[in-house]
Design a protein around this ligand. Structure first.
Ligand code: CA
Ligand code: CA
Ligand code: CA
Length: 240
């Protein structure tokens, strides 16, 4: 959920019917009515204030994060099974930009180099000059890795970088935040024996070079015994 410059509320979510699940955005004005700031586009929805993204009409498109810029452009990240017909059933990370009038500007898809693997973007933020940063999970042939991508405001990839921890198990990033120097902090988990996870937080400079790794190690004999899983879920910066 986010607030537009004019005070409208923008909500993202997932809608489904028997054929497909789609990503949707809903823009509400101060009275709670669908906002005419996003006029009816005479599309398959035929409603002001509603936008629906359906990748291929037959599979899942779902959002996990959203951010607005000061001009009212909306950026959404998530996952789409749009490409599943070409690579077997798998999701790709997705980023969508909608202009202030609700017109979709572009779609970016991330599909891991190895084919037919699931990829997800879980969090999204904008840097000081309007680039779009997303982080999440990219499959590999063993298990997945952190994947973090920088896009410019036109949707072109500036860089994308992956983090595969030394154990070569599943690594998944859930959250990112950007500091005043446009460095990027990413947090999530790195699995090390298929039952236990470390929390791993990375810092990248604005060019995607890894500067730092902070690890909170899972205990080898945790108490209680169920306490195997440690994972960063959200990273924030203080005022300085
Ligand atoms: Ca769909
Ligand atoms: Ca994929
Ligand atoms: Ca990995």
């Amino acid at each position: 959920m986010a607030m537009a410059p004019n005070g409208d509320l923008i909500v993202c979510g997932e809608t489904s019917n028997t054929a497909t699940q789609d990503l949707f955005l809903m823009r509400l004005d101060s009275t709670g009515a669908l906002s005419t700031a996003w006029p009816d586009q005479n599309d398959n929805v035929n409603k002001a204030g509603i936008r629906v993204y359906d990748g291929n009409g037959a599979d899942v498109d779902e959002p996990f994060g959203m951010v607005l810029d000061s001009a009212g452009n909306v950026y959404v990240c998530g996952a789409s099974r749009e490409n599943h017909t070409t690579g077997g059933a798998n999701t790709d990370g997705i980023v969508l930009k909608y202009a202030a009038d609700g017109t979709r500007s572009w779609v970016h898809l991330y599909d891991s180099p190895a084919t037919a693997l699931d990829d997800y973007y879980y969090d999204i933020a904008l840097d000081s000059v309007g680039n779009v940063l997303v982080t999440g999970y990219g499959g590999n042939s063993a298990a997945g890795d952190y994947v973090t991508t920088k896009l410019d405001s036109a949707g072109s990839v500036v860089w994308t970088t992956r983090f595969n921890d030394a154990k070569n198990k599943e690594d998944r990033a859930y959250s990112l935040v950007i500091d005043k120097d446009d460095s990027i902090f990413v947090t999530g988990y790195a699995n090390w024996d298929n039952t236990s996870n470390d929390t791993v937080t990375l810092k990248y400079d604005k060019n995607g070079n890894q500067l730092m790794l902070l690890r909170l190690t899972a205990e080898s004999a945790p108490s209680p015994a169920s306490d195997f899983y440690k994972s960063g879920l959200k990273v924030l910066l203080d005022a300085k």
